[in-house]
Design a protein around this ligand. Sequence first.
Ligand code: CIR
Length: 259
Amino acid sequence: MASRIALTRPISASFVQCELTYLERTPIDLDSARRQHASYEALLASLGWEIVRLPVLDDQPDAVFVEDAAIALEELAVVAPMGAASRAGETQTVAEGLARYRPVLGLEAPATLDGGDVLRIGRRVFVGLSRRTNAEAVEQLGRLLAPYEYQVTGVTVHGALHLKSACTYVGDETLLANTDWVDTKPFSRLDILRVDDAEAWGASVLFTGAEIVMPTGFPRTAKMLDGRAYPVHEVDLTEIRKAEGGPTCLSILLNADTR
Ligand code: CIR
């Protein structure tokens, strides 16, 4: 079996100056955020993922959210101009890290794309049309991936930062979704598991292909997922969520079929 590698990056010293779109800025305790990040890495390691850390970028507040800088598929990886200009300095080191494992291709401006907007289920690639990712990116990605037989579909996102803040795949042809934040029509062939209104942020979980990693604090969502085919592992990410981050954005998983 191909080795299961999780690319991560340590939290930057400037993390408290992160971009915020939908959340008010509240004080972030850097030490707690770092402890939570370490627990996340330890959980992935315990699930059989080899953690490979990209270099710390202390002057890039959001650099810990490595998922946003690239998309990793079996055959290649793709980097793109990021949707927030403040994050442009993150891309190069992610591309260099990925280049050890995959050819890395790029999208060109005026395309902008954040990896948090890309939800992949086998050969189906859903791309959130959000404040960070535009239609030009969907078109370019469609052209780039067509020779590899990936089918790329744009999905309207509203009220959430990224597609995967609003919905994530949880295996068994099932999408966990906050249906107020995403148009689920493009997912009509999937079963939709709707999160409780009281847990708007609960739909953002990380499916590794064998288990589900989800943040603590969403008991109703955890209960819905419990007893399905895949074991659920909870990790405290409360401090990291103050920066609008969740479990998917803290890693790039290589050799996962879905993401
Ligand atoms: C940002 O606004 O870019 C960061 N503060 C949060 C990015 C979270 N990434 C993700 O959900 N994929």
